[in-house]
Design a protein around this ligand. Structure first.
Ligand SMILES: [Zn+2]
Length: 445
């Protein structure tokens, strides 16, 4: 028998972290069934669906008043490995120490699953009843592309999401301290992954001769070019929205500089002046990027290879296409480079900001001095799968975080941990959203 906890989000989080759902292989079944038992114990209807029986998804539905379209909450229970990382605590015990809950998945993404479970149960108990149904999808496999989880649900069970316009997923709605302000970035769009192979050809031959301009040398020149140069600047609409909102939130000199980033002729110079921390964070949102990840050439010690291959991890801004990236990479690397697209995961360029004010309003109640802003991530989440059904996902895993706490290094890193208070704070923020979306009335927390 699984031990079924009540809707205390901290207890739920601890229970979820104790399932070592490291992907690969994931083996999320026990963890997903635990979520099912928690929901079923409160009378919420659930369905367990799977492509791989060891890696099921859970879809639950909480009935609303029928005054608004359903709202989807999606979270994943698989986590990335911990091997080779220097952890100072056991990563799957959810120890509470120094004001934090420690463990793999406390941030990515089990805190948000715990908050979603707790908020859905509150909604089911009529505390208050939401305007529309709340659909909760708890999925496996996000960290490896989501094909067995969100991708499978969208492909094989799209009817479960009929009428859904908005979803909440990872990540966003947590404090980002900048220039003395507390920003709350809410993810509204994400970059698209595009894997490329670039092939260089040259004359093969005996290695005892001198060969200039052979395939490996051509590849080498390309590596140097990629290290030194950027692809062209593009200011896509979602990023423009983000820059404007952050610029508005910051004191004048910094805000003014930020706004100049939108002028392509100035962008790269300003990014360089901003330095690696801030400039390096914004840079990938103003360019498509290609990172060399695999280099292949030759397998004999005495033969000059006629072919050298370079695999590039490409990230394309939302609204642009794989063809756009290929064209720019060709222009950068020259006619020697044969560029091929191996995989492209599209994310739509269209943006539906219709739920943004509800999310921002909830965060402002939780932190009256905080400034919610839209943001675009260069990472890739399950949001892209649901986007195929025309659903706009917002990254909304609300957490109030102290200054000096670096979410970006903590997620997927050693000693991943979340402030104990953040879990309850986030659940309250999420509950306010469930109470107010579709025209519900907010109540004091
Ligand atoms: Zn995640």
């Amino acid at each position: 028998m699984t031990d079924v906890s009540g809707p205390d989000p901290r207890a739920l989080l601890a229970a979820l972290v104790r399932f070592p759902t490291v992907n690969p292989p994931g083996s999320e079944r026990e963890c997903v069934l635990y979520c099912r038992d928690v929901l079923a114990g409160t009378g919420i209807e659930t369905r367990v669906l799977a492509l791989d029986p060891d890696r099921p998804s859970l879809v639950a539905r909480v009935a609303g008043r029928g005054d608004a379209p359903p709202l989807l909450l999606h979270g994943h229970v698989d986590v990335v490995p911990t091997e080779g990382q220097a952890w100072s605590v056991p990563p799957f015990e959810a120890l509470e120490r120094d004001g934090f809950v420690w463990g793999r998945g406390t941030l990515d993404d089990k805190a948000s699953v715990a908050m979603m479970l707790a908020a859905a149960i509150r909604a089911h108990r009529g505390d208050p009843t939401p305007a529309g149904d709340v659909i909760l999808a708890i999925v496996p496999d996000e960290e490896a592309g989501g094909r067995l989880g969100a991708g499978f649900l969208v492909d094989d069970h799209p009817d479960l999401f009929d009428g859904v316009r908005f979803a909440l997923g990872e990540a966003g709605g947590f404090t980002f301290h900048l220039g003395g302000r507390r920003l709350y970035p809410i993810q509204v769009a994400e970059k698209q992954t595009c894997r490329l192979t670039v092939t260089f050809r040259g004359t093969p031959g005996h290695a005892s001769f001198r060969h200039r301009d052979a395939a490996p040398a051509r590849l080498g020149r390309a590596l140097v070019t990629l290290d030194r140069r950027r692809l062209p600047v593009h200011v896509v609409p979602s990023v423009r929205l983000m820059i404007d909102a952050i610029a508005d939130a910051l004191p004048a000199p910094r805000g003014t500089v930020l706004r100049r980033l939108r002028t392509p002729a100035l962008t790269d110079r300003i990014l360089d002046l901003m330095g690696p921390r801030l400039g390096g964070t914004i840079d990938p949102l103003l360019h498509d990027t290609v990172s060399p990840v695999v280099v292949r050439a030759g397998d004999r010690h005495n033969v000059i290879p006629g072919i050298a291959e370079l695999v590039l991890d490409g990230r394309v801004l939302p609204g642009r296409g794989a063809d756009d990236l290929v064209r720019e990479v060709r222009a950068l690397l020259g006619p020697d480079a044969e560029v091929r697209v191996d995989d492209f995961q599209p994310y739509p360029g269209a943006l539906d900001m219709g739920l943004f004010d509800v999310l921002a309003g909830s965060l402002r109640i939780g932190d009256p001095g905080g400034v919610p802003v839209p943001y675009v991530t260069m990472a890739s989440t399950d949001a892209r799968h649901f986007a195929r059904l025309g659903i706009q996902t917002y990254g909304f895993t609300p957490m109030r975080l102290p200054a000096g706490y670096a979410f970006a290094t903590m997620a997927h890193g050693a000693d991943e941990r979340i402030p104990v208070d953040a879990v309850g704070w986030g659940t309250a923020a999420l509950s306010r959203v469930l109470a107010t979306f579709g025209g519900g009335r907010a109540r004091p927390a």
